[in-house]
Write a protein that binds this ligand. Structure first.
Ligand code: ZN
Length: 248
């Protein structure tokens, strides 16, 4: 019996020690800049559940919730720092989620093309599976702005692996936009529904960061349906163009 307790103690000590080992995690390409709102004001912290989206690393999730990597590792008994898509994590003592937008020096990005998902629900993980099934090699957009469905918050900005790897998109073949446009998808069908105010705020926030960094003129911020040769209603007839453009 004593021997069993001794073995159990050794095993739990090994787990604790292994979860304390942290090596710094870097994204695949180191961004030149990373934009995320920081506040000195006290915020309400709570334990939250997070489903790992495509391209998300411990390093990114740690910044999103302002929780040290080692705290996330030990709360989830992680043996490795590699996360799987769809893995559920407990984020202990998490601050309200903030977008973390990495920026990479590039001359490639000349346009921003805005899409809707044409679905009522969705998130980056959901589109990743769908686009994988179409043979597009995973999610075709660079960013997704959620609408509060599929366990994401209304107005949450998700960064796709294509952006982190600085790859062309699979969102608009017309006019070769896949190679020169940053593709942003808002979850929703805006032929029937309306862009929520949190989604619009998030879109304005994201587009302003991108257009300033890549020096993209306002006239090159367009809807999918405004691309020459694209036959689509995307991002839907209810997309609030005047409100959006006036907010930039
Ligand atoms: Zn589209």
């Amino acid at each position: 019996m004593k021997r069993l307790i001794y073995l159990a103690l050794i095993a739990s000590l090994a787990i604790i020690l292994s979860s304390c080992v942290t090596t710094p995690i870097k994204p695949p390409i180191t961004p030149a800049k990373e934009i995320y709102p920081q506040t000195a004001m006290p915020v309400l912290r709570q334990d939250v559940s997070h489903i790992v989206g495509p391209g998300e690393t411990l390093w990114r999730i740690s910044k999103m919730y302002n929780v040290p990597i080692k705290d996330i590792s030990s709360a989830n008994n992680l043996k490795t720092q590699t996360l799987g898509k769809g893995q559920r994590l407990l984020i202990p003592n998490a601050a309200p989620i903030v977008p973390v937008i990495p920026l990479y020096p590039s001359k490639k990005w000349k346009y921003i093309v805005i899409h809707h998902s044409a679905t009522d629900e969705g998130n980056s993980l959901y589109f990743d599976k769908y686009h994988q099934g179409k043979g597009w090699g995973g999610i075709g957009y660079h960013f997704v702005i959620d609408n509060g469905t599929k366990e994401k918050q209304d107005g949450q900005i998700e960064v796709s692996p294509r952006w982190i790897k600085q790859e062309g998109g699979s969102h608009c073949r017309a006019s070769n936009m896949n190679e020169k446009a940053i593709g942003i998808c808002l979850v929703g069908n805006f032929n029937r529904e309306y862009v929520s105010s949190k989604q619009l705020d998030a879109l304005v926030y994201l587009v302003n960061i991108l257009r300033k960094y890549y020096k993209i003129p306002l006239k090159r911020i367009i809807g999918h349906n405004q691309v020459l040769g694209a036959r689509t209603e995307c991002p839907g007839k209810n997309f609030p163009w005047p409100r959006f453009k006036n907010s930039l």
